[in-house]
Write a protein that binds this ligand. Structure first.
Ligand code: GAL
Ligand code: ZN
Length: 672
């Protein structure tokens, strides 16, 4: 038997498979069709708790053994999901207290999935029992390569549970953070509206009140919820690691889904995995813009700074009560190639066959309801043939980025809690900057604030609202050492406890590197502001920081409002680096103009390529250029020289071409 690492390294394509939904006589046909297609692994059982434990402590893994072994005989390995996203009715009947409570104090009902409270001790005992039994049962099965913990943790919880058990867990979490109640009162400013607490046990969860909660409390609640979900995951991980130390563990993350801090969540995983549905959730076609899909995958690559797996890749139309667009010919290959280009080492398609019943009977898989292979089957089969040799070569090699975007969950939570202007959304501002790099085909890393900043030539820190003295120091050092830093409106507005800064004018101590300070600010309602730039009249939206430069040079001046003539965007030389401060939210054309200037000054400018996305990947033997047309229409793409190809290549609608050359043939100086 081959060693697990070797097996895993060889796995490139999989499907999400639910044998329990089909008569057992069909399994053999499924396995044959999978094998013929090139499938090497399946993920199974992540919603099959009742099938595995129909009564407390009575385990039935025989059916799953048969499925695992049958697939194994076809050369297909299995990743098992722990089934804790869907506790069965008998658990809820026995322990109704495990059902989550909403912000009205109302207990939710059994049904759907994720109807569980993750702090509840009784629920955790049920979880420990099933996870340990599964791990024990499957530890020696040579076809099991590893585990997915739960399923999309944090999903389907609009607000996380607000029950008594969560309230107690929250007070313990707060006590651990602040040690004394006086300290908490001081940090949260509870003297406002007479909210001083005498004991941690008095602190509520953010259920509905006649008015609004304390913003420091709300931010800590978000942090607590994230930590709780991670703790729930890690509890399961430690059980499996103890019983079966060699099998790999991952979790299916959801791009920029913000309930849990994925940087922290991924620490205990062997590798990260992602779920991606590019047509989105049955919105109007064509769904999620390709740059956003690209951003999600770059993000998941960055949570562990390591290539990742795609645990669910859309294969057919999405659907609930209404049905989304069917992937157009070419789109399955296009989406798969895009994922690989951005760092997916493996692609698992969701799902093998469209289910006949249940809440997702319209969420289509590779095979249609009738189970007969059709267009999607052949296109994915062809996708596997095209991409396997490329993936063999680039597997495990992480692409290098010169551009970084600082991504902070805490800032996202804080801005979501208090957007300050209804148009200000953290993720949208992040995407706005990402999109400009994307248009120029520049690889971007998403960077946690504690990570090594020094490797990026340019670093954007959007809406860096919560500031700490450590972060100020790290940013100063980054610029001093030669980095190019882009800061935006609202930088340094709050301390880490969501309390307004008052020692210095904004952006606080960072004014020294910005070379300017914020005199006043203005939130724009139903109007925009004119930005006068060197050879461009731009538009700012949502927010205006009115800047007074010291050493900084203005590059955009307000052209309207009472602050007409004042600086809106400035640039400052600081030691060996540069800082840009963008005091407003530039609309897209203005952003495009601005970022072109910044990229040119940074020596990073590359021509834009419209709907065509170009990604460079270096392999062991060869280098590759993924040229991907995301539009329905045919087009001509301009590719850089040195690729044994015409400089202008024809691409049909949704077509991908992967150019290759031997390593070391790069004459264009392209790095990423
Ligand atoms: C994901 C989830 C799957 C399935 C899929 C399609 O969010 O992990 O279990 O529900 O969406 O809806
Ligand atoms: Zn709870």
């Amino acid at each position: 038997m081959k060693k697990l690492d070797e097996i895993i390294e060889n796995i490139k394509f999989g499907v999400d498979y639910y044998p329990e939904h089909w008569p057992e006589e069909r399994w053999e046909t499924d396995a044959e069709l999978m094998e013929k297609m090139g499938i090497q692994m399946v993920r199974m059982a992540e919603f099959s708790w009742h099938k595995m434990e129909p009564r407390c402590g009575e385990f039935h893994f025989e059916w799953l053994d048969r499925a695992v072994n049958l697939l194994g005989r076809h050369g297909i390995y299995t990743m098992l999901g722990t089934p804790t996203a869907a506790p069965p009715a008998w658990i809820v009947e026995k322990n109704p207290e495990i059902l989550p409570v909403d912000s009205n104090g109302q207990r939710k009902s059994f049904g759907g999935r994720h109807h569980d409270c993750q702090s509840n001790k009784v629920y955790r005992e049920h979880v420990k029992r099933i996870v340990a039994a599964m791990a024990e049962h499957f530890k020696n099965n040579p076809y099991i390569i590893g585990w997915q913990i739960d399923n999309e943790l944090g999903n389907s919880h609009d607000d996380l549970c607000m029950c008594e058990s969560c309230k107690n867990a929250f007070s313990r979490w707060l006590e651990n953070k602040y040690h004394t109640i006086d300290e908490l009162n001081h940090q949260w400013g509870t003297s406002f509206w007479s909210q001083e607490y005498d004991d941690f046990s008095q602190i509520p969860v953010p259920r509905k009140t006649p008015t609004v909660h304390n913003p420091s409390m709300l931010l800590d609640w978000k942090r607590f919820c994230s930590d709780l979900v991670i703790d729930f995951q890690n509890m399961q991980i430690s059980i499996i690691r103890k019983i079966s130390p060699n099998q790999k563990i991952t979790h299916n993350l959801m791009g920029f889904y913000d309930k849990t801090n994925y940087f922290k969540m991924a620490e205990t995983l062997d590798f990260a995995a992602n779920d991606q549905y590019p047509t989105g959730y049955y919105f109007k076609a064509p769904g999620q813009p390709p740059y956003e899909v690209a951003a999600c995958m770059d993000f998941i690559r960055c949570v562990k700074q390591k290539n990742f797996w795609m645990m669910e890749m859309q294969s057919g139309p999405t659907g609930g009560s209404v049905i989304g667009a069917n992937p157009r010919p070419g789109q399955n290959l296009l989406w798969t190639a895009q994922s690989v280009a951005h760092g997916a080492d493996e692609i698992t398609y969701f799902r093998w066959r469209t289910c006949l019943f249940g809440a997702e009977q319209f969420w289509h898989g590779i095979l249609p309801h009738n189970g007969v292979p059709g267009r999607r089957y052949s296109e994915i089969q062809e996708t596997i043939q095209i991409l396997t040799p490329v993936m063999d070569d680039i597997h495990g090699i992480v692409q290098k980025a010169q551009a970084g975007i600082l991504f902070s969950y805490e800032n996202e939570w804080a801005i979501r809690l208090q957007p300050q202007n209804p148009g200000l959304k953290y993720d949208e501002v992040v995407f706005k900057y990402y999109k400009e790099f994307y248009k120029h085909n520049i690889t971007v890393d998403f960077v946690a604030s504690g990570a090594d900043l020094g490797k990026y030539r340019i670093l954007v820190a959007p809406l860096l609202y919560l500031m700490t003295p450590e972060l100020e120091k790290r940013l100063e050092k980054y610029v001093k050492d030669g980095g190019i830093l882009i800061l935006t409106m609202r930088t340094g507005g709050m301390n880490n406890n969501n309390v307004c800064m008052s020692e210095n004018p904004l952006p606080g101590k960072l004014a020294a590197i910005v070379g300017a300070k914020v005199e006043e600010y203005d939130s724009l309602y139903e109007k925009n502001v004119i930005l006068n730039m060197k050879d461009w009249k731009g538009i700012g939206e949502h927010w205006c920081d009115i800047l007074s430069p010291a050493s900084a040079v203005p590059i955009a001046i307000y052209g309207s409002e009472y602050y007409k003539g004042k600086a809106a965007i400035v640039k400052n030389k600081y030691k060996n680096g540069w800082v840009y401060y963008i005091g407003t939210d530039p609309e897209e054309k203005t952003m495009e103009y601005l970022m072109e200037k910044i990229l040119t000054d940074a020596g990073m400018f590359r021509e834009k390529t419209g709907n065509v996305e170009i990604v460079f990947r270096k392999g062991r033997k060869k280098e590759y250029l993924f040229v991907m047309n995301h539009a329905e229409e045919d087009c001509v793409a301009e590719v850089p020289g040195g690729w044994n190809a015409e400089e202008r290549i024809q691409l049909k609608g949704y077509e991908v071409k992967i150019l290759e050359r031997n390593c070391g043939n790069d004459k264009s100086g392209r790095q990423s």
